[in-house]
Write a protein that binds this ligand. Structure first.
Ligand code: FES
Length: 283
């Protein structure tokens, strides 16, 4: 169980989502159910989805969870993030998107966002008649929290994790008796000795002209193709210092997820151009 032994630094969004969670409860005639975690291990989440069979769009999402404030807030955020999306679009929601939606989670609570992502995968697999439990008991690395090698590898790659502490924060593995720590270290050595994690490039000193050109290039090549694939688009309107003004177009116009889209563009520009960049949408 997530017992609040420490005073966690929660954002206002986490506190609000915990105190006033959205989309709680079950959907009795759900088209898909994803259940992950276990009460024995401390956190459990059951996600219910209603899906429009013609469009493949998620029309309703609700949850039941057993866990701490972060688990409730992450579950609430997950349902808000996936409602209105097609199943394929929903599968692009990462655990980092869930954390970002909440303005961030304490490092030690990132496993709650991972649980949300897993419940989503499990529900969509359930809808599609696929098996989600590809992992086998033989591969369990951490017996205290029932965490498999597959999960450690997947979460490490998706979140660029290189240390045991980070693995513990994101999966809980290693956070109990500690017996599994040498095995986690071995997995990380194996994983990153083959392919080093792609950490964001170190910020470069850019002239204004270079910065503007780079912003244009990132929006053109890294952002627009993804939005256009979903019949949306984005237009660069102006650049004022580190303020980047854009306008959403096509299906992105008036979309409920526009805040998330803008945040994603900002993250991309911060990663590839300058970490001070702030992206604003033209109203
Ligand atoms: S076996 Fe992993 S912490 Fe105990």
């Amino acid at each position: 169980m997530c017992v609040n032994v420490y005073m966690w630094e929660y954002t206002d969004k986490v506190k609000n989502a915990f105190l006033h969670p959205k989309n709680t409860g079950e959907i009795p005639d759900a088209d898909a159910v994803g259940e992950v975690g276990s009460i024995v291990c401390g956190d459990a989440l059951k996600l219910f989805l209603k899906v429009d069979k013609e469009t493949g769009r998620i029309t309703d999402a609700r949850f039941q969870t057993f866990g701490c404030a972060s688990a409730i807030a992450s579950s609430s955020a997950l349902t808000e993030l996936v409602k209105g999306r097609t199943l394929d679009e929903a599968l692009k929601v990462t655990n980092q998107d869930i954390a970002d939606f909440l303005g961030g989670l304490p490092d030690q609570k990132m496993h709650c966002s991972v649980m949300g992502r897993e419940a989503l995968e499990a529900a969509i697999a359930n809808y599609r008649g696929e098996s989600y439990t590809a992992e086998t008991k033989e591969k369990v690395v951490c017996k205290c929290f029932d965490v498999t090698e597959d999960k450690i590898r997947k979460v490490a790659v998706e979140n660029h994790l290189t240390t045991v502490d980070e693995i513990t924060n994101f999966t809980k593995a290693g956070g109990g008796c500690g017996e599994c720590i040498p095995n986690i270290e071995a997995i990380l050595r194996d994983l990153w000795s083959i392919k080093p994690p792609e950490k964001p490039a170190a910020p470069k000193k850019l002239t204004n002209l270079h910065k503007i050109a780079l912003i244009q290039e990132v929006i053109e090549n890294e952002v627009r193709p993804g939005l256009q694939a979903d019949n949306g688009d984005i237009e660069l309107i102006d650049i004022d210092g580190n303020r980047v003004i854009v306008a959403l177009r096509g299906m992105c116009t008036g979309c409920l997820m526009s805040d998330v889209t803008i945040k994603g563009v900002q993250e991309k520009l911060r990663e590839l151009v300058n970490k001070e960049i702030v992206v604003e949408a033209l109203q």
